[in-house]
Design a protein around this ligand. Sequence first.
Ligand code: NG1
Ligand code: ZN
Length: 531
Amino acid sequence: SSLRVVYAFAREMHPKTTDIFIEYGTAGFRTKANLLEHVVYRMGLLAVIRSRCKNGRTIGMMITASHNLEPDNGVKLIDPDGEMLEQSWEEIATRLANVSDNDLESTTEQVIKQVNADMGLKASVYIGMDTRYTSPRLAAAAVHGVMALKGTAKEFGIVTTPMLHFCVKCRNDNTYGTPTEEGYYEKIVGAFKNIRQKLPVFGHYNTTLHVDGANGVGGKKLNIIKKTLDGELDLVLYNLGGNGGKLNLNCGADYVKVSQKPPVGVEPVPFQRVASLDGDGDRIVYYYVDDSNNMCLLDGDRIATLLASYITESLKACDATHLRLGLVQTAYANGGSTKYITEDLKVPVTCVKTGVKHLHHAALSYDIGVYFEANGHGTVVYSDVAKSTIAKVAQEGDTEQRKAAQLLLNFIDMTNETVGDAISDLFLVETVLCARGHDVRQWMDSYKDLPCRQLKVTVEDRNAIKTTDAERKCTSPEALQGQIDELVSKYNSGRAFVRPSGTEDIVRVYAEADTQDSAEKLAAEVSQAVF
Ligand code: NG1
Ligand code: ZN
């Protein structure tokens, strides 16, 4: 059959050169770039099968390893509504990625049967990549995979991960926008410009924003956007990938969040507002240094509370408080933020397992769901009921209500609801700070974070660690949770947990306590217990 030729081609062009088992984890497949070519080719095959299962709707494939260093790369699939690949397909992806070249043909046939794909249908796959030097080669393997099963591949070249999610969503639902990079700017940046016409700059808000681009794609795209802004926001960009700057090395959102240090390349100026993106533009954290050069981090928890409190106020102004707003966090959320959300904002909180797909899913159960990982990955999702309610107020409310509702509609347009998006989140944060006339200190004043520390521990088999209760409790090895409880009990406001990373071959340890010293000590002691 013609498929025979396809599999022979795969063996020749994209052979499996490693026996190392690879798993579709928290963020797709991610490992050293030179171990990925056959995996990406096979994901091209799978994307076509998935598209046919979805009646020919478009599927996305993003080549990126996000915040990992340059030698790594990865691939993840995007479902038709712009969401992460449905969880039940992760096992299928893992199976297809790991079979030998000889078994690729029979396994592919099995998968097609299992998912009941009609291979006579058309299939469409959108492919994007980050700035890594290994990405073009992998994107080519993706195209080969798609073509092998007679799907149509469209390459977007270098785009942020959220831009590709956006384009996939638009392609399958044209009410959401135009499925191009320009369409993305039009909707998101356009909404920001609209809002700025309605909100005068006042108070302590300053239109200058400094941004660390992690030497990745996000900074490059902001550089394009910067040229279209007209005083609404003055972007000063750093770490754009030139001058030998290395991707994510001592810069970017993950570095800033985990090390709690400013990135290289950005001069620390007291109380200057800085945003730091990650390598593929789906995460953002803010920070400033105070006059004693202390690092003050405004992380994902901080962004989530800012957005949730602003939307709550807007709903009041629209007289639409019956819409249920909720916030979704993970175990990494700072205890200080959770307390503030429940006790002061009086917004319900759900805690779920690490990984945006879990947060996104939980957020959908509210009329308006705000979700953020502490590391700065998150967004807001609005149900159809929420959107139509607000749209109705914008038409039929009294003058003040109409004004508030129109502003909120622009705010919704500015939101990339498909997935956490550093660029969209940046505009959301800037809008709230501007609306309130706030600077970074006033933003920071809303609540106090508990001092915390995250550590990585290398162990022989990280998957020996099993967890439950949204990863806050450890069930295996059996004695470990008892040891952690005992260590935690020695500290005021102590909390700690461990879990195997889904993206690196390590175990992550998190600890918080009433002082930085105690948090450091607790994290070190728990690491000892793991090791
Ligand atoms: P792992 O490596 O599973 O902890 C990390 C982040 C996740 C998520 C993914 C994907 C932490 C503690 N973990 O997952 O939140 O963003 O990467 O990028 O930040
Ligand atoms: Zn990322």
